[in-house]
Write a protein that binds this ligand. Structure first.
Ligand code: PNS
Length: 167
């Protein structure tokens, strides 16, 4: 049984992430989508919100589970019997940093292999950050994120704006 971990901030999960999850679910027996709560980025969504959205969008995949982790990714992978880390690559600009992480992870745990999957062309320009920016400025993010994420993102931004106005 081959288990893979697909790690990320998922702030929030986009259609590009979902495409990678679906393809990874075909390749591996089991895929764990692992949310990293403590990245250097300042997340819009709480860890619980990111987990909940991921669980909703992954519910149709019987071999995909959603979890969160802290500490080193390779330790999480080893603790869960995962031999692979799945990463999506959009453009050459992603490659340099991803290569650095893959090589460092390999040094830390040579038995865990990083597997890169190229995003489909229609998702190559997509990122959680750009989706949040478009939505915050009133643009449509339809199709860029799953429907349930779109609704929640709009509500979340409205709450943030209301809170900001009260301050
Ligand atoms: O979606 P992101 O923000 O690009 O995901 C980055 C993530 C979470 C995959 C990366 O920061 C990570 O692996 N963090 C866990 C801590 C760790 O193992 N760091 C060493 C990486 S070489």
């Amino acid at each position: 049984m081959t288990t893979a971990v697909y790690p990320g901030s998922f702030d929030p999960v986009t259609s590009g992430h979902l495409d990678i999850i679906e393809r990874a679910a075909h390749l591996f027996d089991k895929v764990i989508v692992a949310v990293a709560p403590n990245t250097q980025k300042n997340p819009l969504f709480t860890t619980q919100e990111r987990l909940s959205l991921l669980r909703k969008v992954c519910e149709s995949f019987s071999n995909v589970s959603v979890d969160c982790f802290s500490g080193l990714l390779v330790n999480y992978a080893l603790a869960h019997g995962a031999r692979a880390i799945v990463k999506g690559l959009r453009a050459v600009s992603d490659f340099e940093f991803e290569l650095q992480m893959a090589q460092m992870n390999r040094r830390l745990a040579p038995e865990v292999h990083t597997v890169f999957m190229m995003t489909t062309t229609e998702h190559s320009y997509l990122s959680s950050s750009i989706v949040k920016e478009i939505a915050a400025l009133g643009g449509s993010v339809k199709g860029l994120v799953p429907g349930v994420v779109e609704d929640f993102l709009i509500k979340k931004l409205q709450t943030e704006i209301a809170l900001g106005e009260r301050e």
